[in-house]
Design a binder for this molecule. Structure first.
Ligand SMILES: Cc1ncc(COP(=O)(O)O)c(C=O)c1O
Length: 362
């Protein structure tokens, strides 16, 4: 079976280096908040181009703690999209704030700026810009809204490690950038992990405390915090993989090129990359009316295509809202993620494309 994402292939590619990194941590006897975490945070800050990185236990925690660092809670509103992983919205809910889900732009799958403008109120404290599939949001427009209304922008970069907007690495543009290192992500650990990036020293110091019981250097809690730490093993593994992130993102873009070429005359609507942006192609998402038919056909040919996401967050019981998000709902019925990971061979890409062409639009 050709998988949609394949973290095991990536492990095998760097097996010796990863095993050596794991052994080094095992032998060190220091497993939480040690040298590896410190080095990873420095290296990740260098990669993203921010002054600071605070590693945490997951991408969901990164979003939750970012919101907490901005003092967001009950009575506040946070604008984001419904076309995202549930985590984006559940992190907002967990703070007690109200998620305001708006529609997306059909061309790029990212937050619709005009819809954001309609929903900004004096309760709006932040906008979570989700760079879905690795596609950068319209950051200039969001920063303008942010400046005009004194609203913070949190970038949800869970799917966008390695992507950039007008030459700036994602995660370095908003007040805070939130990353997930879930194993299938572009920079994936071998377990859970996440990070927050920022240029603000005050937020950095607050986040260091928030991730560990509110402790200062004397283990004295200034305020009540949480336990959300990246462990030394994951940090060591991520340090190995971070070295290859740039070349892996290039490989993903090369695979996308092969798909574009092979599928250009098909009835599939192919993903469009925003101008002056570098997409991280976490996912290669096509659109077609008979999506389910193609998905089943590919499965019968040993190709696992997936849907990200079949049920938009606002249609799920825990998050229902009382108005439609037309574009989000229409797109959810048409999208299909074709296999995409750096180790995918040219032969497999040709095979997948050929099978896609065998299903005609009904
Ligand atoms: C867009 C988005 N935001 C947030 C998350 C949450 O990350 P994690 O699974 O590491 O908690 C994910 C990952 O599933 C995601 O894709």
């Amino acid at each position: 079976m050709i998988l949609c994402a394949n973290p095991k292939e990536q492990y095998l590619t760097h097996k010796t280096e990863i095993q050596n990194a794991i052994n080094k941590v095992l032998e060190s006897g220091w497993y939480i908040l040690g040298q590896e975490v410190k080095l990873f945070e420095n290296e990740f800050s260098n990669f993203v181009g921010t002054k600071y990185t605070i590693s945490v236990a997951s991408g969901t925690d990164a979003l939750f703690l970012a919101l907490k660092a901005l003092n967001i809670g009950t009575g506040d509103e946070v604008i984001t999209v419904s076309h995202t992983a549930t985590a984006t919205v559940s992190a907002i809910k967990a703070t007690g704030a109200t998620p305001i889900m708006v529609d997306i732009e059909k061309e790029y799958f990212t937050i619709d700026i005009e819809e954001v403008k309609k929903r900004v109120s004096n309760k709006t404290k932040a906008i979570i810009a989700v760079h879905i599939y690795g596609q950068p949001c319209d950051m200039d427009a969001l920063i303008k809204i942010s400046n005009e209304n004194n609203i913070d922008i949190i970038e949800d970069c869970a799917q966008a490690s390695g992507a950039s907007y007008k030459g700036k690495e994602l995660g370095s543009i908003g007040t805070l950038g939130c990353f997930s290192f879930f194993p299938t992500k572009n920079l994936g650990a071998i377990g859970d992990g996440g990070a927050i990036t920022t240029n603000c020293e005050k937020l950095y110091n607050k986040l260091l405390k928030l991730r560990q019981y509110g402790w200062d250097e004397n283990r004295d809690s200034e305020f009540s915090g949480y336990n959300s730490r990246l462990d030394e093993l994951q940090a060591a593994i991520l340090r190995v993989k971070l070295k290859y992130l740039k070349q892996d993102t290039k490989k993903r873009n090369d695979i996308a090129k092969l798909y574009y070429e092979a599928l250009k005359n098909s009835s599939l609507i192919l993903p469009k990359v925003r101008d002056n942006c570098y997409h991280s192609f976490h996912l290669f998402v096509v659109r077609l009316k008979n999506r389910n038919q193609l998905k089943e056909y590919l499965k019968s040919k040993n190709i696992l295509a997936m849907i990200h996401y079949e049920k938009p967050v606002h249609l799920q019981e825990a998050f229902t809202i009382n108005h439609d998000l037309n574009c989000t709902e229409n797109i959810a019925g048409e999208i299909l993620s074709l296999p995409m990971y750096p180790e995918l061979s040219e032969k497999d890409i040709k095979y997948i494309s050929t099978k896609c062409l065998e299903v005609k639009e009904s």
